[in-house]
Design a protein around this ligand. Sequence first.
Ligand code: DLL
Length: 448
Amino acid sequence: MVDTGGTARGPERYFQPEIEKMGRAELEALQLKRLKATVARCYEDIPFYRNAFDEAGIGPSAVQGLDDLRRLPFTTKQDMRDAYPFDLFAIPVDDGRVQRLHASSGTTGNATVVGYTQNDIDAWGDTFARAIAQAGGDERSILQVAYGYGLFTGGLGAHEGGIRMHSTILPMSSGNTKRQVQMMHDFGVDILACTPSYALLIADTAIEMGHRPAEEFKVSAAICGAEPCSEGMRREIEEKLGVKLIDIYGLSEVMGPGVSCECRHQTGLHVAEDHFIIEVLDPETLEPVPDGEYGEVVFTTLSKECSPLIRYRTRDISRILPGECACGRTLRRMDRIQGRTDDMLIIRGVNVFPSQFQEVLAGFSEVTSYYQIVLTSRGPLDHVTLKVETVPEFDFDEIRRIEDLQRRINAELKSNLQVSVEVTVVEPKSIERSEGKARRVIDEREKA
Ligand code: DLL
């Protein structure tokens, strides 16, 4: 753990400053060296890639510069499903080096399975340890891991970060929320790691239990990811818990939490560019979009031994944020995830992401961050109902106030997103709570 430099607001913390602040030319040289090695290994050891390269008429020596990445074939989630369970491994599973397996939930089709060697686990831990430093933590921190442990990468990814940082880890996993609150309070936890939905539930539960966490608890940061969190929801969690919420991104196919993470300036997520190359592409043409423009995020792994991936199409929508960050890190930043190409709703011809509803709701002090979008069929048309919960102080007995609030939210949605939806405000606690990723969209449309 190294403290270097300093800002008006206290010292900036880094876990691996030699990498996090590496000059661009040196970083790109490191990326190129690792990219060449990854491509060679994929070609040698994974028949899927050898075939894909051969089909594209390129050999492993095709990569001479970072720009040559564009000539390489893509990998999709379907490719990973088709490879179930181990066909995309560069190392045989029984070779003695594959230490751990994680898998996505696989609600539709086969799960995607990813293997980790000890080096893979260490690199993963390093990236989460950077997140701990970015949240202001160090080896003296008590880290409460309230992401689920198991095949989901949240729990064990955060846990590895705690190990690499030498923090004290409280491996709670998700669930048992009152106990989470009690231990957070009694043990003097200073960093919470969980999904934003769960952070909000923990905050609300603490308040219901009679605590004033923002004043009484030692917790000062929350490292939250795995699902979108609007700025309004971020503020609500920050105020209720008295923390700074750092957004962390990752996906099980590529590594798990730590692929990118905000620093305390909260102006975009620094990508772990020593381990991954990020590209942002137009999802239709698959051509790169200029920095600052939104597109589909594509990652190539640079250091993974067991499950390397070339140009993995994440379906997540973001953009590269140009310019330097005040924290001194040179690792480029991606914006917070706007949505996924596959969760976009088309409402009467207008494309919207569920997260855009969240942003509009953030402007209303009468409602909370608990909302749900219900899709139903009305004849040939899709009907959209937005259910949103009011704050406890809202007077539910006054029908006129309810109708007025619904009308105002509806008008705001119309002017911001150009969509017309039925807004229903509901009483506090009527929307299902989540200990992991919240279920925001309920699709009850009749299947044709
Ligand atoms: O959610 C890994 C993770 C765990 C990330 C804990 C951060 C913290 P998956 O279950 O495979 O892995 O889901 C990956 O979740 O493609 C995004 O659509 C979404 N996602 C992940 N992080 C964020 C985030 C984990 N910070 C999918 N903001 C990704 C918005 C996120 N969406």
